[in-house]
Design a protein around this ligand. Sequence first.
Ligand SMILES: C[S@@+](CC[C@H](N)C(=O)[O-])C[C@H]1O[C@@H](n2cnc3c(N)ncnc32)[C@H](O)[C@@H]1O
Length: 199
Amino acid sequence: MLEVGCGIGTDAVNFARVGAEYAAIELSEKSLDMTKGRFDVYGLKGSFYHGNAEEVASVVPIETFDLIYSFGVIHHTPCPERVIEGVKHFMGEESEFRLMMYAKNSWKNIMIEAGFDQPEAQTGCPIAYTYTRDELHSLLADFEIIDLQQAHIFPYVIEKYVRYEYEVVPWFASMPEAMFRALEKALGWHTLVRCRLRR
Ligand SMILES: C[S@@+](CC[C@H](N)C(=O)[O-])C[C@H]1O[C@@H](n2cnc3c(N)ncnc32)[C@H](O)[C@@H]1O
């Protein structure tokens, strides 16, 4: 598998632990070094490429991967279309591309637009595009969408969460679990897409 934007390797170590032949491209050298360090600690193997995913086809040697995976990355780069174009070079008939992109029609985006929230916990994130389902279908026009669903509303008090205290904000704490899950399905921040290259 090829991960586009592995960050500090949170998902990477889990993929490799269960036997994935793992490769990644990551823009931040510091994050990539942390991922490599985590692989060393756990005695895992991987191939790591430092570079811009918008140029993935000239950074990562071309080969066909079963899975191309990118969680919360492509909406942070100036030209997401270039990443999508590049990914195609690594896909064969059976390959699957799984990505998470921020959802425009989401609770989080409603709160951002109303001035109650920001895209990331840290301030100053330079780019965080959001997409409607239609916009994702256009971005992925050369792909056959197998599954597309929304998930994830962050329910915790952020100031406490960063201290590992998991207190749910009062407006979600009083909501029955089934209602919260329904809200996540309709207005979740994460659009999760599984697709294959059209032939
Ligand atoms: C929010 S983090 C997600 C990291 C990881 N996928 C995860 O879920 O833990 C976004 C990552 O995308 C990387 N990134 C952003 N733009 C990129 C680009 N054009 N090429 C490669 N990596 C990029 C950032 O450096 C950062 O590590």
